[in-house]
Design a protein around this ligand. Structure first.
Ligand code: PLP
Length: 404
């Protein structure tokens, strides 16, 4: 790999300071993983020929079967997105009052609780894994608490047995937002089978996608039946509106993409793993920058390449690194910023130091099939180059408005 030099010149200077951009074309977080277009169109044409485009057509049924198999559970209810599936999980489990959620997560986790009229209670996270801090979660349990909703943050599930014990000990339901963790395991068990139910996202930015889509997975037949009915206006299997419901159905077009994306799952996993290796090797030893590791004893999808940036070690804040890399055509994301306890709909609660620290330090790098192994090497090179000129970069950025 090309190494940083302090000698000024177009290849040695960060693009922000006039050097040649590390990448000729932008690499972005969240570009969709590419699928075999012919197979997708074949499936889509089948749906058009059948004239069955929604309402639980054969593609959605097949998608549900394959997702359930992958998750090691008996039931999957495919939905139009994960946010709706989270709302269904809350309603179908009959939650009331307060639900404990991590503050370090995507807004949908807490919104799904609040949107259904319940109160999300924000819990701090473990400073290393970004998942629920068990001790803090226990301290938040009160008479109105009905559930804990955990998140497998960045596809790195953690401490699931202890969390189940905690929920059992207080008679609480346990749900998981598994939007990041399709194809992952914890303790050798597939994500999908933990707690009462888990929810996957098949948004275009996710490991496996269906344009937009989600699924609630569970081993509980009653819960699965209720969630399926609630996703379809509350109609039960006999066509009677037995529940209050919404329209959260997945379309056949989405299932066509979802199935085709699933066909490529192992390819995506291998590709992301290569990117993770390139990032880890390329950035090893750089002061102030740590590539968040995966537990190699588990199955991982490697979809989220996460940097922890220590401003003292690097000489630049995470936000300054983010801005400097944009000049190099590297479009990162500051997941998750800010912590939800400080986001407009929820602010005013107590400070959560680990969440706030992670929200200031995490930077997600591009992965997926749109990013090549060579791109990952160039991105690591770009980080080195910015680091080698940290003081000048910080000075130049003084005149640049903060990242959106
Ligand atoms: C942790 C988490 N939960 C939920 C969601 C929402 O997923 P969807 O866009 O499918 O509603 C996302 C989306 O990025 C997410 O990252």
């Amino acid at each position: 790999m090309e190494r940083t030099s302090v000698v000024a010149g177009p290849t040695q200077m960060p693009a922000l300071l006039g050097g040649t951009p590390a990448l000729a074309e932008p690499a972005r977080v969240g570009r969709p993983n590419t699928v075999g277009r012919a197979r997708f169109l074949e499936r889509l044409n089948g749906a058009l020929d059948r004239g069955v485009l929604s309402n639980g057509g054969p593609l959605v049924r097949e998608f549900e079967q394959r997702v359930a198999e992958l998750a090691g559970v008996r039931y999957a209810v495919a939905t139009c997105n994960a946010t709706a599936a989270l709302q269904l999980a809350v309603r179908a489990t009959g939650l009331t009052g307060e639900v404990i959620v991590p503050a370090f997560t995507f807004p949908a986790t807490a919104h799904a609780v609040a949107w259904t009229g319940l109160t999300p209670v924000f819990c701090d996270v473990d400073p290393h894994t970004g998942t629920l801090d068990l001790g803090h979660a226990e301290s938040l349990i009160g008479p109105r608490t009905s559930a804990i909703l955990g998140v497998h943050t960045f596809g790195r599930p953690h401490g699931l047995d202890a969390l189940q014990q905690l929920a059992d000990g207080y008679g609480l339901r346990l749900l998981f937002d598994a939007a990041h963790a399709l194809g992952c395991t914890w303790g050798g068990r597939a994500v999908g089978g933990f707690g009462d139910a888990e929810v996957f996202s098949f948004h275009a930015t996710k490991f496996v996608h269906s344009f937009e889509g989600g699924a609630l997975v569970t081993d509980d037949p009653q819960l699965a039946r209720r969630a399926a009915a609630m996703a379809n206006f509350g109609y039960d299997e006999d066509g009677r509106p037995e529940h209050l419901g919404i329209n959260a159905k997945m379309s056949e077009a989405s299932a066509a993409m979802g199935l085709t994306s699933l066909d490529h799952l192992e390819e995506f996993r291998a590709h992301n793993r290569t990117l993770h290796e390139r990032y880890s090797a390329g950035l090893a030893g750089l002061p102030g920058v740590t590539v968040l590791p995966f537990n190699e004893q588990e199955r991982n999808n490697y979809q989220y390449a996460v940097l922890h940036v220590d401003a003292d070690g690097l000489g630049l804040t995470r936000d300054e690194l983010d801005l400097a890399l944009r000049a190099d055509n590297v479009v990162t994301r500051r997941y998750f910023h800010p912590g939800l306890h400080q986001a407009a709909p929820y602010r005013g609660g107590p400070r959560l130091p680990h969440t706030e620290s992670l929200a200031d330090r995490c930077l997600v790098l591009p992965t997926g099939t749109a990013t090549s192994a060579h791109d990952a090497e160039r991105i690591a090179f770009a980080v080195h180059r910015v680091a080698a000129h940290a003081a000048a970069v910080a000075g130049a950025l003084g005149a640049v408005p903060a990242a959106a």
